[in-house]
Design a protein around this ligand. Structure first.
Ligand code: R5P
Length: 298
């Protein structure tokens, strides 16, 4: 088995390859003068292949990804696994307004058609329970709770954990259970791409809170939660997210709202990365290795 990675996800792929003791090959990319992409892979015929690419900024990446999947098939890859630590287009899981697509379903079908297995971390799944309902075939979203709880235990013992909305309740509860922390969730109403209204319930007495969410994109959700927590008398507010999409201005928005520290899982390369997910991915891949119950695990 070989691991292949695009340069934008090379750091995580290196950790994965080291942990699995597999050889790592970069996928090289170039552009034709008309803007079309060309990718090249270095694969050994008959080997299984794992392709690693995080899919933030997805429109620029999906074409290269599907070209690389074909290049690996042409090169004789047997079973093809996509490891996308961040999986794109999962939030548009229904047509929220007339004329909109269900992006989750169409992107899921595309990836399911290209790869034999798809592995990700904390996909944004709210209206479906399992990733395999969206990505046909063997697909699995790993919970990030172990990585978040490990950070909370070491860096914020005793802090109150707050999720911004009801959707965040399952993972805030899972992190709180593992870390032995008190927790609460707010009530959020989205008013626009970067505008939210948010209220917190009466909170237990605490001087330190960690806001927990799956995604920080505009930062509006977490900034509103931070303002509400500070208004409730909490002196120190930190943020721990799984996927630091962090659009331009997001971190400044969080600082203005009084957030002291922002940490994220390394599913998307970002200066806030503090919680490694390679151990979670490596463990899942190890359990799913051919001949050792792959079909059951993924
Ligand atoms: C929403 O359902 C997600 O869990 C996040 O709360 C949301 O994507 C964060 O977006 P933003 O940072 O733009 O408020």
């Amino acid at each position: 088995m070989r691991i292949h990675a695009f340069t934008d996800t090379l750091a995580l792929a290196r950790r994965l390859a080291a942990s699995l003791r597999l050889s790592l090959r970069p996928v090289t990319t170039s552009r034709f003068p008309d803007g079309e992409s060309l990718v090249r892979v270095d694969h050994r015929r008959g080997d299984d292949a794992i392709l690693v690419r995080s899919l933030h900024d997805p429109d620029a990446k999906l074409i290269e990804l599907l070209l690389a999947a074909d290049a690996l098939r042409q090169a004789g890859a047997r079973r093809l696994t996509l490891v996308a630590p961040y999986l794109c287009y999962m939030r548009q899981d229904r047509a929220f307004a007339p004329g909109e697509p269900v992006s989750q379903r169409i992107i899921g079908a595309l990836l399911g058609g290209l790869f034999d297995r798809v592995l990700t971390v904390e996909a944004h799944l709210h209206r479906v329970r399992r990733l395999a309902e969206v990505v046909p075939g063997a697909a699995r979203s790993l919970p990030a709770a172990p990585a978040l709880a490990d950070w909370v235990r070491r860096q914020a013992p005793g802090a109150l954990l707050i999720g911004p909305d009801a959707e965040s309740a399952p993972w805030v509860r899972a992190v709180a259970r593992r870390a032995g922390s008190a927790w609460a969730v707010g009530d959020k109403q989205r008013l626009g791409a970067a505008r939210v209204r948010l209220a917190l319930p009466p909170l237990p007495a605490a001087r330190h809170a960690v806001l927990i969410d799956d995604i920080a994109s505009s930062g509006a959700t977490l900034a509103a939660a931070a303002r509400a927590a500070r208004a409730a008398g909490i002196a120190r507010v930190d943020v721990a997210v799984v996927h630091a999409i962090c659009a331009p201005g997001a971190l400044a928005r969080l600082r203005r709202a009084g957030v002291r520290r922002v940490v994220s899982c390394d599913t998307i390369p970002h200066p806030t990365n503090a919680m490694p997910v390679a151990p979670l991915l490596a463990a899942a891949l190890r359990r799913g290795a051919p001949g050792r119950g792959a079909r059951r695990v993924l």
